[in-house]
Design a protein around this ligand. Structure first.
Ligand code: XUL
Length: 625
């Protein structure tokens, strides 16, 4: 039994993800005290006919039943009640939802939310609160025509410039266009409001429909990040009335009406704030014993909540090494690209979260490992020993890289392929990248171990650079910036790499002295493969963060980030002042001990040739779609 007696205030962090609902309990000292979770398949499979939390339809449609989420909330709170959980001590709740999913409320929704009675369940009482009982899941890929419409309307790069991302099948604006124009026109007419999954949970807890939260709203492809407002032209696409795409003239009354209607249904977007969205609904006070003063703070998207679980500062990178590799970073620099995402930061005004999602991560490394094990007749096929030994014995860049995409890649967008190359140094000023097959030019199967880790890391370095640059956080980095010697060194490095390789382009954009010489502040490594120290040591050498590398375990990251957002908001409200989130969260960690700091030989400078080589390989050798 958890001892809550020493905690005056408790905070709850929700994580409503695809397959489960999790709630983490923290106290005012940000200690995680308890977690509760319900797996949807184990509790609700029969009632909702789900598999892995979702229902898969035809033509790539993947949806989740909204009522199941309501059942999950009641289920977990009931469990907590049975457990003797002191609900009355909860001072604040926040959390996260899977990004991009949308919930369609009926015209009765607000009334039904306001009249919730404790003697029956949420799902029974809110049966008529939705115009569609499903929510499109982020894995849905049924919106190819809609993606084309968004790109044709404003252009792929331009869409990324306006909204922080190019069109992605899962993004809400595309899902809404499909809903209105293809799948649920009638239901759209009886929709009063549209929530994201994050603001849906906020709404349930508040007992009224909540505004969209600004950082999660960046995952819709209809929000103009620079203007902090909806983009009318993109709303026209989502509403199915765009002049070029749908042939509706701008002076046709139907045009403005459709935009205004959709804007009304989406409702206002709440700017980043620590302020409470309101107190918890009476239903939860009466049924479970929450205090009526318990504050509900706006929920956000799961990736956005993840960065709140760590003491991340501007220019810090969190590299999550799972089946796929995801890089999350914090920046003041709005440098959008169609190859990655930028969202507003959920707690730090004027800051952004960059997100690079690769599809090839562990799987590609495992493939290389298996081949190496085969060559050395290693009995345990899954052993990393040989692979790691090669990495550990390597010193620095040896001029061999590869593009290892056993499955199609998102960044850069390309079909499955493997390309190996070696560097031919014709003179000190003229380097040539030579494509080769395995066994040619001294490129052995063993070389794949180093080449794959290097190439994957260099790809992140090339793409993170533009987001990190000009952020002004390199002042301490005497090696590169902060004094005239350092900036002339940066110029020198840039001159050298461009003399050797020519101008460098990544995803169609020219790299410049700032983008190529930007370094992360700190790098944090999480996810399955971060347990392989040989891999993260090599990555750390290449990334060359100014203030160190850290290995972190964050299994409950999004829930924890939600709980921390709640306690930070509460403290700001108590003091009636904005406390910098990075300052607030920093005090929680003794960075070196709790966060697994590790030291590596910094080889950032030595990898400049690697940066040039990979950029050229992508430009000259990669087959794109
Ligand atoms: C991010 C995304 C996923 C979901 C998972 O763009 O689609 O990470 O948020 O829950």
């Amino acid at each position: 039994m958890t001892d809550y007696s020493k905690s005056d205030h408790l905070f709850l962090g929700f994580d409503l993800s695809t397959q489960q609902l999790k709630i983490i309990v923290t106290n005012e000292h940000l200690d995680p005290l308890q977690t509760y979770n319900v797996e949807f398949d184990s509790q609700f499979k029969d009632k909702y006919g789900i598999h892995k939390g979702v229902i898969t339809g035809e033509e790539g449609e993947i949806v989740s039943p909204v009522a199941m989420w309501l059942d999950a909330i009641d289920y977990l709170f009931s469990q907590m009640k049975d457990d003797g959980f002191p609900f009355e001590k909860v001072a604040g709740i926040s959390g996260s939802g899977q990004q991009h999913g949308s919930v369609y409320w009926s015209h009765d929704a607000n009334n039904l939310l306001k009249q919730l009675k404790p003697d029956s369940d949420l799902s029974e009482q809110l049966n008529d609160a939705f115009s569609w009982e499903m929510s499109p899941n982020w894995q849905d890929h049924s919106t190819l025509p809609e993606a084309k419409a968004f790109h044709n309307a404003v252009g792929k790069e331009n869409l990324a410039k306006i909204t922080g991302s190019r069109a992605h099948l899962r993004f809400t604006g595309l899902q809404i266009r499909k809903f209105i124009t293809r799948s649920h026109g009638k239901e759209y007419a009886s929709t009063s409001r549209i929530s994201l999954v994050s603001s849906f949970v906020t709404s349930i807890l508040l007992g009224e429909i909540a505004e969209l939260e600004q950082s999660d709203a960046c995952g819709m492809n209809v929000y103009d990040i620079n203007k902090s407002d909806y983009c009318n032209e993109l709303l026209a696409v989502a509403a199915g009335v765009h002049t070029k795409i749908d042939g509706v003239a701008e002076d046709d009354p139907k045009y403005q009406k459709a935009i205004d209607d959709l804007k009304k249904k989406l409702g206002p977007i709440q700017p980043i704030t620590y302020k409470s969205s309101g107190s918890i609904a009476n239903y939860f006070v009466q049924k479970y014993g929450f205090s009526k003063d318990c504050n509900i703070y706006s929920f956000t998207g799961d990736n956005l909540a993840t960065i709140l679980s760590l003491p991340l500062q501007p220019n810090d990178c969190l590299i999550s090494l799972g089946t796929s590799t995801t890089v999350l970073l914090i920046t003041e620099n709005y440098q959008p690209s169609s190859q990655y995402h930028l969202f507003k930061h959920p707690t730090m005004p004027k800051h952004y979260m960059g997100m690079i999602c690769y599809s090839n991560g562990s799987l590609a490394r495992e493939k290389a490992r298996d081949e190496i094990n085969k060559k050395y007749h290693v009995d345990d096929h899954k052993s990393w020993d040989k692979f790691d030994e090669i990495l550990d014995n390597s010193s620095s860049f040896d001029g061999k890289l590869g593009i290892y995409f056993p499955i199609g890649e998102i960044v850069p967008q390309a079909p499955a392929q493997t390309i190996r190359a070696v560097l031919n140094k014709k003179s000190d000023d003229d380097y040539e990248v030579v494509k080769c097959e395995l066994g040619e030019n001294g490129f052995d199967i063993d070389d794949d171990a180093l080449a794959i880790v290097e190439s994957q890391t260099l790809s992140c370095r090339l793409r993170a650079g533009p987001m990190l640059s000009r952020s002004g956080y390199h002042k301490d980095d005497s090696k590169v910036k902060g004094n005239s010697d350092a900036s002339s060194k940066a110029d020198e490095l840039y001159q050298q790499v461009t003399k050797r390789f020519g101008k460098l382009y990544t995803d169609g954009k020219e790299q410049n002295v700032d983008t190529l010489t930007a370094r992360p502040n700190k790098c944090y490594y999480a996810g399955g493969a971060s347990n392989n120290l040989s891999i993260i040591h090599k990555m750390g050498q290449i990334f060359g963060p100014v203030n160190g590398n850290y290995k972190v375990e964050i299994p409950n990251a999004c829930a924890l980030g939600g709980a921390y957002k709640a306690s930070w908001s509460y403290e700001c409200e108590q003091k009636n002042e904005f406390i910098g989130y990075d300052e607030y969260i920093k005090k929680l960690f003794d960075t070196d001990t709790e966060l697994g700091g590790f030291k590596v030989d910094d080889k950032w400078l030595e990898y400049f040739d690697g940066v040039g080589m990979l950029a050229k390989m992508e430009e000259e050798l990669l087959k794109t779609e």
